[in-house]
Design a protein around this ligand. Structure first.
Ligand code: HEC
Length: 122
């Protein structure tokens, strides 16, 4: 009987540890993505992307809102980051050209792409 009690309490302890760890890492990843969004937003403003991209209306380039809508539910951060760095043409209309930003590193491009795809939270 004693053995069973020990086994049951060990199992309960293991389950508790798993559950609480799960919660901790969820919290951690939420904090991390909020921090990453802030970095993406900051890079977007400091590099000057806003001169062609408004939050909701089309200026020279598509609005951040329509970009997020077009790729909703798709895992395209890497693809979009590559287009930010290499430039792109005609994806948003004829003669529509996005300049290349070769000086922007991969990590920064990904942070901006992820922030835009997340709906550019403020
Ligand atoms: C000179 C104007 C201009 C600037 C500055 C600019 N963009 Fe663009 N951007 C465009 C245009 C035009 C398009 C549409 C390109 C196309 O049709 O292929 C575009 C498209 C995009 C897209 C959508 C790409 C896709 O694959 O659908 C993203 C994301 C984007 N820009 C992010 C950025 C970021 C981040 C910066 C700053 C590093 C930036 N843009 C600076 C004009 C600009």
């Amino acid at each position: 009987m004693k053995k069973i009690t020990i086994i049951v309490s060990l199992m309960a302890a293991a389950l508790f540890t798993t559950l609480s760890h799960g919660q901790v890492s969820d919290k951690k990843s939420a904090t991390k993505s909020a921090a990453n969004n802030a970095l993406g937003k900051e890079a977007f403003s400091s590099i000057g992307c806003a001169s062609c991209h408004d939050a909701t209306s089309r200026v020279v380039g598509p609005s951040l809102q329509e970009i997020a809508q077009r790729y909703k539910g798709k895992k395209v951060v890497a693809e979009i980051a590559a287009r930010i760095r290499n430039g792109s043409d005609d994806r948003w209309g004829e003669l529509s050209h996005h300049p290349a930003y070769e000086g922007v590193d991969e990590k920064t491009a990904r942070l901006m792409a992820a922030w835009i795809l997340a709906g550019s939270p403020q």
